[in-house]
Design a binder for this molecule. Structure first.
Ligand SMILES: O=C(O)CCC(=O)C(=O)O
Ligand SMILES: [Fe+2]
Length: 195
């Protein structure tokens, strides 16, 4: 299936930007982050059993941020300069302050993220989240909570997805398994916690 013109298919609160950086910068940044971040694989409890999440994560934040992501607390890392520079550029562009960054590394198409909304109370009402994709293209699925209508979009290397207004209160999203995808992908979500 080819997914075309994702900009046209998204519900209110989701905006896709095909190029926030060049293709070659996206790939170079992917490689740099794979080699240089402190990757963790936290355990979560599902029906009373502990499981390692199906991807790796790194959580980067200002010193005063304390954000429990899905009830598991990741250790908090300092901002590498390349990501701090990106945060400054995004803050200028969108007029919004970000003090935390959750990084997910999907090593191949077997790694995934289940249905959720980023609606933790620390994020406030109608949070503004900027999501940057690096590496392999992956399908991202959005589901309206009441009608269950779903929207598929392809998140490509070097792209941005803005999530704002009712994108969390009215919808869930997921990154499904795509076992045929052999390449890795990193997703950066710039967030504002407790401000
Ligand atoms: O990998 C993605 O594109 C989604 C990540 C996500 O939903 C999250 O970090 O909350
Ligand atoms: Fe999310």
């Amino acid at each position: 299936m080819t997914l075309q013109n994702p900009e046209l298919l998204l519900p209110h609160g989701f905006d896709y930007i095909k190029h926030v950086m060049s293709y070659s910068k996206g790939i170079a940044l992917y490689e740099y982050l794979v080699a240089n971040l402190n990757w963790q694989q936290p355990q979560i409890q599902v029906f009373g059993k502990l499981h390692r999440i199906p991807r790796l994560q790194s959580f980067i934040a200002d010193n005063d941020v304390n954000y429990s992501y899905s009830k598991q607390t990741l250790s908090s890392e300092h901002w590498p300069s390349v990501l701090d520079d990106m945060r400054m550029r995004l803050q200028k562009t969108y007029g919004y302050r970000f003090n935390a960054l959750l990084v997910n590394w999907y090593r191949d198409g077997n790694d995934c993220m289940g249905w959720h909304s980023d609606d933790e109370p620390e994020l406030g009402i109608n949070p503004f989240i900027v999501s940057i994709s690096l590496g392999a293209s992956r399908k991202f699925v959005i589901k309206e909570k009441t009608s269950k209508t779903t929207y598929n979009i392809l998140l490509e290397n070097g792209s941005g997805l803005l999530m704002h207004s009712t994108s969390q209160s009215g919808y869930q999203h997921a990154l499904p398994k795509q076992t045929r995808v052999k390449g890795g992908r990193i997703n950066l979500t710039f967030r504002s916690v407790g401000q």
